[in-house]
Design a protein around this ligand. Structure first.
Ligand code: AR6
Length: 210
C-alpha cells in the first residue's frame, strides 16, 4: 500500500471536518496560510510517497528497532551501506540519505535524546534540534515535503505530551521564518491512537484555525 500526498489530510481539512477543534488557549496567532501546509497522519511512515521521511535513529545510524527497524527493513540493505559511510550522528543532529526501496525520495536520520529525568533542559534542546536540523536539511536539498515520526517517544521514552509541544513549537516557528515558505508540506506521523489524540489536542494551540 502506498500513501500519496493527496491521501494525507491537511490540518485545514481536519478543522473543516471537526476532527480538530479550536482550542481555548492559543500559543501563536492564526495564520490561514499554514493550514494547508501542515498535516497529521496516522499510519506507517515507510509507505509514504513524499520527498522525505524522518527516521528516529540512534547515533550509530546502523539501524535498530521501532521506526528505525521498519525503515531499514523496508528500504533494503543498500540503506545500511550508505549509512556506514556517514560515520554516525550526534544526538540532536540529522543526516540525509537516499531512500532506496521506499516510495519516499530521501530519508533524514535524526538522533533523538534518550529521556532521563536529569538534565531535562538539555534533552528538550536536543529534541528541538532534531526537528530543526531535519527541516534545515529538507530545505538545503530542495525537498518540498517532510514527514516526521514522534522522535524519542518510543524506545527512548520521552513523554508524548512534552515531545509534541516541542515538535509543534519548532515547526510553527519554522513556518513563521523566511525558510518556512520553502516547504509545501510538513506531516506529523503518529502510530498509536494515544499519540494521535495528543496531537489533535495540541495542534490547535500552535496552529489556530482563525
Ligand atoms: N511509522 C510511523 N511511526 C512509527 C512506526 C512506523 N512504521 N514504527 C514505530 N513508530 P521509536 P525512539 C513510532 O522507538 O523513541 C530504535 O532502536 C513509535 O510508535 O521508533 O526515537 C533506534 O535505533 C513512536 O511513536 O524511536 C534507536 O535506538 C515513534 O515512532 C531508538 O529506537 C518513535 O519510536 C530510538 O527511539
Amino acid at each position: 500500500m502506498l500513501v500519496r500526498l493527496a491521501d494525507i489530510k491537511t490540518i485545514g481539512q481536519l478543522f473543516q471536518t471537526g476532527v480538530l477543534k479550536a482550542a481555548a488557549k492559543h500559543r501563536y496567532n492564526a495564520n490561514a496560510g499554514f493550514l494547508d501546509r501542515v498535516s497529521l497522519f496516522q499510519g506507517d511512515i515507510t509507505v509514504m510517497e513524499v520527498d522525505s521521511i524522518v527516521n528516529a535513529a540512534n547515533r550509530s545510524l546502523l539501524g535498530g528497532g521501532g521506526v528505525d527497524g521498519a525503515i531499514h527493513s523496508a528500504a533494503g540493505r543498500k540503506l545500511v551501506e550508505e549509512c556506514r559511510t556517514l560515520g554516525g550522528c550526534e544526538t540532536g543532529e540529522s543526516k540525509i540519505t537516499s531512500a532506496y526501496r521506499l516510495p519516499s525520495k530521501h530519508i533524514i536520520h535524526t538522533v533523538g535524546p534518550v529521556y532521563l529525568r536529569s538534565d531535562l533542559e538539555t534533552r528538550a534542546q536536543q529534541l528541538e534540534s532534531c526537528y530543526q536540523t531535519s527541516l534545515n536539511l529538507a530545505v538545503q536539498h530542495n525537498l518540498k515535503h517532510i514527514a516526521f515520526p514522534s522522535v524519542s517517544t518510543g524506545i527512548y521514552g520521552y513523554p508524548i505530551e512534552d515531545a509534541t509541544h516541542i515538535a509543534l513549537d519548532v515547526v510553527r516557528r519554522f513556518c513563521d521564518s523566511d525558510a518556512g515558505s520553502k516547504l509545501d508540506r510538513i506531516i506529523f506521523v503518529v502510530w498509536s491512537n494515544k499519540d494521535k489524540e495528543v496531537y489533535e489536542t495540541l495542534i490547535p494551540e500552535y496552529f489556530p484555525p482563525q
